[in-house]
Design a protein around this ligand. Structure first.
Ligand code: FEO
Length: 171
């Protein structure tokens, strides 16, 4: 049976992952409408990944005798100033997610729930990847500048950047 404090921390994390998925979906839709198909594809896939992070938590909570709560979500921003703006927000969002995950890990240790602590290590490792990818993208955007030609090239190359990170070629 899940300790109540741990169950609450996991349900808070379910909300965080759901909000991440929803936020990236909003960014993807903006990029799609703004004529950045590479960025849109990247963000649609990222939104799906966050949903997978949420589902993994839901399954874990229910399997351990708790109840996963599906949260109501507020509407994310629909307009973004630029690709730089999108990825700056994404990077800040991921840093917040990392802090939230660390809070869950903290609760596990305080409550001596070593099983959930072990489960959460997957999320700790995942955040290293996610933050690294977000920083790599931001660095690339800084190098490219903001003119239309640069944005075209960025959008064209973004799917490859994700693939190279997945192969361990990132950073
Ligand atoms: Fe599930 Fe991007 O954190």
């Amino acid at each position: 049976m899940l300790n109540k404090k741990v169950e609450k921390a996991l349900n808070d994390q379910i909300r965080t992952e759901a909000e991440s998925s929803q936020t990236y979906l909003a960014m993807a839709s903006w990029a799609d409408a703004a004529g950045f198909p590479g960025t849109a594809g990247f963000l649609f896939a990222h939104s799906d990944e966050e949903r997978m992070h949420m589902l993994k938590l839901i399954k874990f909570v229910n399997d351990r005798g708790g109840q996963a709560i599906i949260p109501a979500l507020s509407q994310p921003a629909k307009d973004y100033k630029s690709l730089q703006n999108v990825f700056r927000l994404l990077n800040e969002h991921e840093e917040r997610v990392t802090a939230e995950i660390h809070k869950v890990v903290d609760t596990c240790l305080r409550e001596k729930d070593y099983t959930t602590h072990n489960f959460m290590q997957w999320y700790v490792a995942e955040q290293i990847e996610e933050e690294s990818l977000a920083r790599t993208i931001l660095d690339k955007l800084k190098l490219l500048g903001t003119d239309n030609g640069a944005m075209y090239l960025f959008d064209r190359d973004l799917p490859g950047l994700r693939a190279s990170q997945a192969d361990g070629g990132g950073e």
